[in-house]
Design a protein around this ligand. Structure first.
Ligand code: F3S
Length: 414
């Protein structure tokens, strides 16, 4: 004990927060019991304690194997010094046993200087990166792991933490995951299992509210997700007639997850209609186009932004190429900074598009406008993302302005 502080590793202290206060209902196999008893070392024991505690809280009966994990809590801005201590303690003792990738960091590992990131922030971020690396997590640093190789198949159970990726996995890929917290996804990665509750159970994947959308005006898919999330609250929405591209699903689901507590929507694309059980729908709601336009007006802010950001969730290859095609023969305005946020994989796959976009701003990897420390650099940020409209004012301390992607491209070029 030093200065009244118990000599307990940070990872252990955080695990204790999850200790169940009631009788354990989960059935564990004898191997899982041995892990829990510490026979496989303290790292796996900590991870197992956390999974069991969560399983007990949510009434899970057992642990189930997962094929992958996706871990959030990778930016120094969001986890701070306590998070670093937790990860460094954990990393001494534990290794991932299934494929596991990491969410965006607080900076671009290569372009951090040009972002205006301070050395101290960079040094703290490097410790986080090295802790995850020593645990064997894949350094994807993206919220779109499903576009960077970590793409589960329909029916597979996974433990993903990033809210936008979770909703994509459940709703578009047909995988099964709850919206994990960072420590629980990390524990699942280490044990290779997660507690079977929530969206891992088929009976919890039925829609409770039907939302009939009249149509979605051009560029407003992210706001459709934003409004659907507000209507849905904590109920899985059923969206008959919804027809989106993969990139539109990415933007729609991210916004929906940001304004609601649900991590899944049900649609009828690609013959899914026959598999939808609508018998538990409790309410039907019409969503006219005019409501999306009203939402657009309410988020319009003004045009006095000092940063334009595109890529929440991270831009896909198709999005990078499409923007480059539009901008190719135009000239940059340079009235404000511009960030195109993407994954390292998409960046590497389309060098020509990246070259064009870099004339108009910075193509950044490993990070995004929300988890990087933009509050120390900018005051008003424009974005085409419904999710960013929720988090820029809170996590980013920004005045936020919504514009469609096309409007932003027009604004940054002539
Ligand atoms: Fe991704 Fe950052 Fe948006 S993690 S979903 S770009 S807030």
């Amino acid at each position: 004990m030093r200065s009244g502080i118990p000599d307990r590793p940070a990872s252990r202290s955080i695990m204790l927060l999850y200790q169940p206060v009631f009788f354990r209902a989960m059935h564990l196999t004898s191997k899982e019991e041995r892990t829990l008893a510490g026979e496989e070392g303290p790292g796996r024991q900590n991870a197992m304690e956390l999974l069991v505690a969560i399983g007990d809280i949510y009434g899970a009966r057992r642990l189930i194997p997962i094929t992958s994990a996706q871990v959030s809590g990778a930016s120094f801005k969001t986890i701070g010094d306590a998070g670093i201590r937790f990860l460094e303690d954990f990393s001494k003792e534990a290794k991932a046993t299934v494929r596991a990738s990491v969410n965006p960091l607080g900076l671009d590992m290569k372009r951090w200087r040009s972002m205006g990131i301070e050395r101290d922030f960079r040094a703290k971020q490097a410790r986080i990166v090295s802790a995850y690396a020593s645990m064997g997590l894949e350094p994807l640093y993206t919220c779109t792991p499903y576009l960077s190789g970590n793409r589960p198949r329909a029916g597979q159970h996974v433990a993903w933490a990033e809210s936008s990726a979770t909703v994509f996995a459940n709703s578009v890929l047909g995988a099964l995951t709850n919206r994990e917290g960072g420590p629980s996804a990390l524990s699942a990665a280490i044990i290779g299992k997660t507690a079977e509750y929530g969206l891992h159970l088929k009976e919890n994947r039925h829609p409770k509210v039907r939302i009939d959308m009249e149509g979605i005006p051009p560029g407003l898919v992210p706001l459709a997700g934003y409004v659907v999330g507000r209507i849905a609250g904590n109920r899985i929405p059923y969206l008959p007639g919804l027809s989106l591209t993969q990139d539109e699903h990415k933007a729609f689901g991210a916004a929906m997850a940001a304004t609601s507590a649900v991590s899944m929507y049900v649609h009828t694309e690609r013959g899914r209609a026959s598999r939808v059980d609508t018998s538990r729908v409790e309410e039907c709601v019409s969503l006219p186009e005019s409501e999306l336009v009203e939402c657009q007006e309410s988020l319009a802010g003004d045009s006095s932004w000092d940063l334009v950001t595109i890529g929440c969730p991270h831009c896909s290859q198709a999005e990078l190429r499409s923007m480059a095609k539009y901008l190719k023969d135009r000239k940059p305005r340079k009235d404000s900074d511009v960030w195109f946020c993407t994954s390292r994989a998409a960046y590497a796959a389309c060098p020509d598009a990246v070259r064009v976009l870099n004339r108009f701003g910075k193509v950044l990897c490993d990070t995004c406008m929300v988890v990087s420390p933009i509050e120390s650099m900018y005051k008003r940020t424009a974005s085409d993302s419904g999710k960013a409209m929720v988090y820029l004012p809170t996590l980013g301390k920004q005045k936020a302005t919504f514009r469609t992607t096309r409007q932003l491209l027009e604004a940054i070029s002539r």
